[in-house]
Design a protein around this ligand. Structure first.
Ligand code: EPZ
Length: 415
């Protein structure tokens, strides 16, 4: 595994461009097996999770070609409804194949999903929704087995789970009848998945709202589709500028997608101006307190930017409070930030962060967004930090070290 060696204390200056969204492209890739013809995706990010998913599609019998940010998947020759372990066990998003395989074959068998260790990450909401759609789902020995053609019905999620929403839609688009999903997730990635499926010929209404209506169609074709920009990458860049200071311009930003993060950073003293699809972020230190920030489902503050914000708070001089309402174990970077000199008190879902003059240290990433957060903290610290476990970061960022170095960060990659 490679390490990042970061020299802190250098402000950022320059332009960064946001690439395609990991959490949009992964369900879209799973959905590509629902069609009878090739799909052509643009703005597909080059991430290890995408590579894993393309390998899963190949093992299912699809023809796959990838060149830069363009990907072609032809599912015509796909024949298997069974995912072996390997890549599927690596990622949480492999659970989207449950919906896609059931949607195509009326059957599915796949390992319980892997992914970052953010808590138990059950799939009870997925299982219950599928059973309401007439699909029998059993989980035993770490394997999910599903059997039965989904039929249109009313489904209500107890919690607006992103993955469960995506799976119901993937199972419903070629089912018989109409499926109305209430208490659906409203994250923009859901609307992107629905845009893709609609381009294949699906009949979906209400994407992006809490009630999504899917009218099943007998078959889906191929399509061309461009993946939305990654709002979490944009938020990560904003937090990096807040921690390091300086001025950066971020391109390919959809303002409503990043508003919640921008609002908090403005409270900390950042100047953030939007023009067309760009955000100009200017930060003069010292940062003010962010106050109390609660992670919420969209459009609230995204849990996927929570660790990055904690790193910003640790670089400040005042106290801030984070309440993590989405995952039960998403404070894994606390011991790392303490090693840099931050004072952090954790009490259940609440973390009180008192920043200080952070010192560079030897740090260990334990998950994707936590790894990005350690880079952000290292940018704002005095001295040098060595960050281990950067393979986690590669799951969700094309080249975070190179991206930030292009705007003045001092980051090298070493063994
Ligand atoms: C998606 O995960 C994202 N991953 C996550 O991003 C993101 O943090 C999350 O949505 C919330 O926005 C992908 O899209 C690949 P959930 P998902 O189902 O679908 C509980 C990243 O860093 N829950 O909305 O797994 C669950 O345990 C990743 O890019 C159940 O209890 O999220 C969690 O506490 C991390 N039962 C909460 O709901 C279920 O059946 C939210 O989970 C399903 C979920």
């Amino acid at each position: 595994m490679e390490d990042y060696i970061v020299s802190g204390g250098y402000p950022l200056c320059g332009r960064l461009s946001v690439y395609g969204a990991k959490n949009a492209v992964l369900p879209v890739l799973a959905g590509s097996i629902l069609g009878s013809d090739a799909v052509f995706l643009k703005n597909c990010p080059r991430l290890s999770d995408v590579s894993y998913t393309l390998e899963i599609l190949r093992r299912l019998g699809c023809r796959v070609a990838a060149e830069g940010g363009e990907v072609m998947i032809n599912p015509a020759s796909a024949s298997s409804w069974r995912l072996d372990a390997g890549p599927a066990g690596e990622m949480r998003s492999s659970v989207n194949f449950l919906g896609a395989l059931v949607g195509r074959y009326g059957r599915a068998e796949l390992p319980m999903p892997g992914g970052c260790r953010l808590g138990s990450r059950p799939i009870d909401l997925h299982v219950r929704a599928f059973r309401e759609m007439g699909v029998n789902v059993e989980v035993s020995g770490g394997v999910i087995r599903a059997e039965g053609r989904p039929r249109g019905t009313d489904v209500r999620l107890d919690f607006p789970s992103v993955g469960a929403t995506e799976n119901v839609i993937l199972a419903a688009v070629m089912s018989k009848g109409i499926t109305t999903l209430s208490n659906a997730a409203r994250e923009p990635e859901i609307a992107d998945l629905c845009g893709f499926l609609t381009a294949m010929g699906a009949k979906i209404r209400g994407a992006g709202t809490g009630t999504i209506r899917v009218e099943g169609v007998p078959s889906l074709g191929g399509c061309e589709y461009e993946i939305m920009p990654d709002r979490i990458v944009a938020g990560t860049y904003m937090c990096a500028a807040a921690a390091a200071g300086g001025e950066i311009e971020i391109e390919n930003v959809i303002r409503p997608h990043v508003e919640a993060v921008a609002d908090v950073l403005v409270r900390c003293g950042a100047d953030i101006a939007f023009a067309d699809d760009r955000a100009l972020v200017r930060v003069r230190h010292p940062l003010r307190s962010a106050g109390v920030v609660r992670t919420e489902v969209y459009p609230g503050f995204p849990t996927d930017c929570q660790s990055q914000l904690m790193a910003v708070m640790a670089c400040g001089r005042e106290k801030g409070v984070i309440v993590e309402n989405i995952f039960e174990n998403r404070f894994r970077i606390v011991p790392e930030l303490r090693r840099m000199g931050a004072e952090i008190r954790v009490n259940g879902p609440k973390a009180e962060v008192r920043g200080g003059a952070l010192r560079g240290a030897e740090l260990f990433a334990g998950d994707l967004r936590g790894g990005a957060a350690l880079v952000i903290a290292a940018l704002g610290a005095r001295g040098e930090s060595r960050i281990h476990g950067v393979d986690y970061i590669a799951r969700g960022y094309q080249d975070l070290a190179g991206e930030l170095s292009s705007v003045g960060a001092r980051i090298s990659v070493g063994k």
